[in-house]
Design a protein around this ligand. Structure first.
Ligand code: NAD
Length: 260
């Protein structure tokens, strides 16, 4: 087991990529915190883990809410005695051309991706420093941390921003053995992507099959979607890495869509 007894808070882990990471982390021996908007949805993932013999607790946490984030992390410290890993993963997508983008939608997306990353990082870094045993922060970036696509201005801006945040955490956290890295997946079939397929078809005036083939997977080496498993395995590798050598980096897992 690569993460035995590590306490891992994973935001947005009631669904999609975060959920898969939670399941895999639990199999690797981690005590997993399912932090998501709805306690009910978080509890369903936690139950699945405990029924399979793992350790998990659900926490209701809107990552844009300072008080909820601080209270959620405090509850984890009280229950599990500290925090070793934060995966800042909660996210949404809103697509529109810039000229039609509503300011409220811009702010909403940036708040979840960037305010959420900042607030959870701050609370977890405080707990990690207090605990004195170091830690790992992983941000769920995207190929859109490196590349741009039309219709996704705030998403691309936020995902680029996470790379900057990770580099600062790497520099500030080093003295306390806190590492920070960014995982940059290509398109993964989750509710977030399934919602976009008809929206992009409408926006570009093409079929849904064309969105998949000619927009989402066009630049991959093999026309394949990245899977939640691919991302979860990357998250295990990064969290289990044994030294400070691997910090301030981004790793792209995208079937070659983006090559660094
Ligand atoms: P998803 O919709 O399946 O899951 C997102 C989760 O985040 C949901 O459980 C949702 O309730 C939660 N969430 C949303 N707002 C929240 C908030 N304010 N506070 C707490 N939780 C909140 O989506 P996913 O595809 O699994 O996306 C997870 C992350 O991966 C996102 O950051 C996304 O940008 C990123 N990502 C996804 C893809 C992809 O193709 N699916 C690719 C690259 C990066």
């Amino acid at each position: 087991m690569q993460l035995k007894d590590k306490v891992a808070i994973i935001t947005g882990s009631a669904s999609g990529i975060g959920r898969e990471i939670a399941l895999e982390y639990a199999r690797e021996g981690a005590k997993v915190v399912i932090a998501d908007l709805s306690l009910e949805a978080a509890a369903a993932t936690a139950k699945e883990i405990t029924e399979a013999g793992g350790t998990a607790m659900p926490v209701a946490m809107n990552v844009t809410d300072e008080a909820q984030v601080d209270a959620g992390v405090a509850a984890v410290v009280a229950a599990y005695g500290g925090v070793d890993i934060l995966i800042s993963n909660a996210g949404i997508q809103i697509i529109s051309p810039i000229v039609d983008f509503k300011l409220d939608d811009w702010k909403k997306l940036l708040a979840i991706h960037l305010d959420g990353a900042f607030l959870t990082t701050r609370a977890c870094m405080r707990a990690m420093i207090q605990g004195g045993r170091g830690g790992t922060v992983l941000y769920m970036g995207s190929v859109h941390s490196h590349e741009a696509s039309p219709l996704k201005a705030p998403y691309v801006a936020a995902k680029h921003g996470l790379i900057g945040l990770a580099k600062v955490v790497a520099k500030e956290g080093a003295k306390d053995k806190i590492r920070a890295n960014v995982i940059c997946p290509g398109f993964v079939r989750t509710p977030l992507v399934d919602k976009q397929i008809p929206e992009q078809a409408k926006a570009f005036g093409i079929s849904e099959a064309e969105v998949i083939k000619n927009v989402m997977l066009k630049d991959t080496v093999d026309g394949e979607f990245t899977t939640t498993q691919d991302v979860a395995q990357t998250a295990i590798f990064l969290a289990a890495f044994p030294s400070n050598a691997l910090t301030g980096q981004s790793i792209t897992v995208s079937h070659g869509w983006h090559m660094q």
